[in-house]
Design a protein around this ligand. Sequence first.
Ligand SMILES: Cc1cc2nc3c(=O)[nH]c(=O)nc-3n(C[C@H](O)[C@H](O)[C@H](O)COP(=O)(O)O)c2cc1C
Length: 189
Amino acid sequence: MNPTLELLLTRRSVKAIDMIEPGPDAGQIETILRCGIRVPDHGKLGPWRILRFTGDRRRAFGEVLVAAWRAAHPDDAPARAELERGRLERAPVVLAVVSRITPEHKIPQWEQQLSAGAVCQNLLLASHAMGFAAQWLTEWFSYDATVARALHLSPHERLAGWIHIGSAAGTPPERPRPVLEDVVRDWQP
Ligand SMILES: Cc1cc2nc3c(=O)[nH]c(=O)nc-3n(C[C@H](O)[C@H](O)[C@H](O)COP(=O)(O)O)c2cc1C
């Protein structure tokens, strides 16, 4: 079968918790990023940007997550917040996709946001095509104001996904997939 179709028909996520080293090296990350931003984009707005987390930066961002968790859950046991310190270290490489909206533009906001989703999916596909494991996560910290401030997100920016990339520790289990017949119909006039 055509290898691109084969990839699309077999791709599946590997949970970040099941990822190990190695991740993509600097050159491979650049290729993944170049694939990531080659997406449909109505109006050529480039309504997204990407933050790269490798090496010690993952741990440093863990400090931000611990502080944000504590601020949001002051009554939680301190040990719960500590769990957040290693959150990004589950995967060797994490790419955060930021959706960046141009407000009051003739291109609807919805379409600008869809383009950021396409970036996330392209990052996944490029990672899988290179033989890496990958997963698209949002988790609590995509929706946390303290984290958004720490990332210097503008009011028109929000997190579309954290793409975790590494190697698979084992074979991921298949999950139930939608059946084509359930989700596709001929349009009836
Ligand atoms: C926008 C988005 C956000 C997601 N966030 C999470 C998450 O926070 N936690 C999680 O366990 N799975 C999350 N997922 C689901 C997984 O990344 C993945 O899609 C699923 O586990 C397996 O699907 P796949 O094998 O087709 O990739 C998210 C998926 C999408 C599209």
